[in-house]
Design a protein around this ligand. Structure first.
Ligand code: BGC
Length: 370
């Protein structure tokens, strides 16, 4: 059931934004649309991943078209850089901050500064931990992302029918990203029972004992080259004598790209013996890999829908309306349960590329060599 809430923060933010009418008018003299009331700082983690470029630019455009003053920043995956960008946005008069955190545990002090000027804070895609000053969270259902990856592996291998044993290599995302533990838990809750039954065997031994131990196999910064190096190590240390990997749990596409490069240099080629590899994001390179049989699936999160949702939240905040959320239980950041709006992710396999990704305009056919 959709729950609607209106926090004191939103009311306070509105009062302040209305009161600040004439001070932040953009240089072009933009007028009636009320751009002065709408000063938004968007802080994105990095330009090195396609999705954040799309996320940031799309939201920036929608807000600018609606007459807002918008400052969009990317922080090269460096926490300090992101903090100083947010500080600049605050001193530039931002009344709404949209933040996709690099390290969700380090932003408490800067959010304190944001609150001092009654800015409303929306955590974008990744939760910000350890701070009372996070007003809303908009994301995809992160646990579901992992569930979809786990279910895919279960179905492809026939695990529920008792098939196996198969050699599995599991990976997890960046230890500083709050999403990573949800992705892992969603998949591992399904797969670990098969490890215990011996239907899935992890030759490297890198099988976390439980969901909480996920960070032991986390890849810092979601870096493709680090995933590649880790896979190189596992292949050279544990796969002698013709032993083959059958399946790799990769939480996202940037890791999958590195893992695929490693498999390629170890001599794996597309075909019946090629391992099942999961992913997330529908990045162009990975969709190409799916078409070439080098990756089995990706979990697609239509980031346009996330941008639209955050845009709606901002409109609601500006208009003093209730901010619509659909989850008030899952995302406890250590200080509060952050009211959240969760969108639904979906699986894309080779046969869906045209209908889901291209027909919807998410990717161009030429992006993926079609
Ligand atoms: C996002 C994923 C992305 C990953 C790496 C996560 O927080 O939810 O979509 O693949 O970060 O950037």
């Amino acid at each position: 059931m959709l729950k609607k809430i209106l926090t004191g923060a939103a009311v306070a933010a509105l009062a302040v934004t209305l009161g600040a009418c004439s001070s932040t008018r953009p240089a072009d003299g933009g007028d009636a649309g009320g751009s002065a009331e709408c000063n938004v700082g968007i802080a994105m983690p990095t330009r090195s991943l396609e999705r954040w470029i799309n996320d940031g630019e799309q939201l920036q455009k929608k807000l600018a078209d609606a007459g807002c003053t918008v400052d969009l920043q990317y922080a090269d995956n460096k926490t300090d850089q992101q903090i100083s960008q947010i500080q600049n946005q605050i001193s530039g008069g931002a009344k709404i901050l949209v933040i996709a955190a690099i390290d969700g545990s380090t932003l408490g002090p800067v959010l304190q500064e944001a609150k001092a000027q009654n800015a409303t804070v929306i955590a974008y895609d990744r939760l910000i931990n350890g701070s009372e000053n996070v007003d809303y969270y908009a994301t995809f259902d992160n646990y579901k992302v992992g569930t979809l990856q786990g279910q895919f592996i279960e179905e492809q291998l026939g695990l529920a029918d008792g098939a196996g044993p198969f050699n599995l290599e599991p990976f997890a995302g960046s230890p500083d990203d709050n999403n990573a533990k949800f992705f892992f838990a969603g998949a591992w809750d399904l797969l670990q029972p098969y490890v215990e039954k011996g239907q899935l065997v992890v030759p490297s031994g890198k099988a976390p004992a439980n969901d909480d131990a996920w960070a032991s196999i986390g890849i810092q910064g979601w870096a493709s080259d680090k995933a590649q190096a880790e896979m190189d190590n596992r292949l050279s240390s544990f796969y002698g004598d013709g032993k083959k990997v059958n399946v790799v749990l990769s939480p996202n596409d940037s890791l999958a790209i590195g893992i695929e490069a490693s498999l390629k240099s170890a001599g794996y080629t597309a075909g019946a013996d090629y391992p099942i590899i999961t992913g997330q994001d529908a990045d162009k390179a990975n969709v190409k890999a799916i078409l070439e049989g080098l990756q089995a699936m990706t979990v697609w999160k239509d980031t346009r829908a996330l941008g639209d949702r955050v845009f709606t939240m901002i409109e609601e905040i500006r208009n003093g309306e209730e901010v619509e959320v659909n989850d008030t239980e899952t995302y406890d950041n250590g200080k509060k349960v952050v009211p959240s709006y969760l969108l639904t992710p979906e699986v894309v396999v080779k046969d869906d590329v045209q209908s889901k990704l291209i027909d919807s305009g998410f990717l161009k056919a030429s992006d993926v060599g079609l």
